[in-house]
Design a protein around this ligand. Structure first.
Ligand code: HEM
Length: 178
């Protein structure tokens, strides 16, 4: 007999998909900011031009500092949901998933804190200091972005391997058990 089993709450699904859009915009606008000054990785001008990411610092900053509010708010709603519902235990998931999802949440918090530390290094000087200074915080912020860029394809491959039933559960909320 087939059975419909509820898997992901509406609030979790909404915050998850909002997060996908917001994080993509944060990474894209962050790249516009980083590659206005090739302090970490030098990429050839032709390549930057082909990707349309060169000379767009002001635009990148405007987007980054606007979208960050949505990213933080959405993250706070998800975290509050996890704590209040007890879902933070990730009991539906295997060990690897538990580690990956916990790590990506810690990375998101770290990305926000290191971002604030370089956004307001005077007003939030104490935070910048805790993170080891402006340059250290800037590097950590960059590392978190790299972490997301590594996490996303692995996560998507896992989702593809798990199949339609699993993907649908993050859209419709339920899985069909046979
Ligand atoms: C197009 C890209 C993405 C797809 C197709 C996708 C799909 C999914 C699916 C199907 C699940 C449920 C897994 C299961 O029940 O076994 C899931 C869970 C999760 N995903 Fe994604 N995801 C994507 C992007 C992201 C991104 C960018 C992040 C964050 C950086 C993320 C973070 C998470 C987390 C933390 C969970 C666990 C949620 C919970 O149970 O509280 N996902 N994703």
């Amino acid at each position: 007999m087939t059975k419909i089993v509820e898997k992901h709450s509406l609030i979790k699904r909404c915050t998850h998909w909002m997060n996908v859009a917001l994080l993509c915009l944060m990474i894209w606008s962050g790249i516009l900011i980083y590659w206005a000054n090739d302090i970490y990785i030098v990429i050839p001008n032709e390549f930057a031009r082909a990707l349309n990411i060169n000379q767009r610092l002001a635009e990148g900053m405007a987007w980054h500092f606007f979208i960050m509010w949505g990213f933080v708010l959405n993250g706070l709603v998800y975290l509050a949901y996890l704590v209040c519902s007890g879902d933070w235990r990730f009991s539906n998931y295997n060990k690897i998933q538990k580690i990956a999802y916990t790590a990506v949440i810690i990375m998101a918090i770290w990305a926000v804190l290191s971002g604030l530390a370089i956004y307001k290094p005077v007003t939030l000087g104490w935070l910048t200091k805790i993170l080891g200074g402006y340059e250290a915080a800037r590097f950590q912020h960059f590392l978190m972005m790299c972490g997301f860029v590594i996490f996303i394809p692995i996560h998507v491959i896992q989702v593809l391997r798990a199949g339609w039933n699993n993907f649908r559960s993050m859209v419709a909320g339920y899985e069909i058990e046979k």
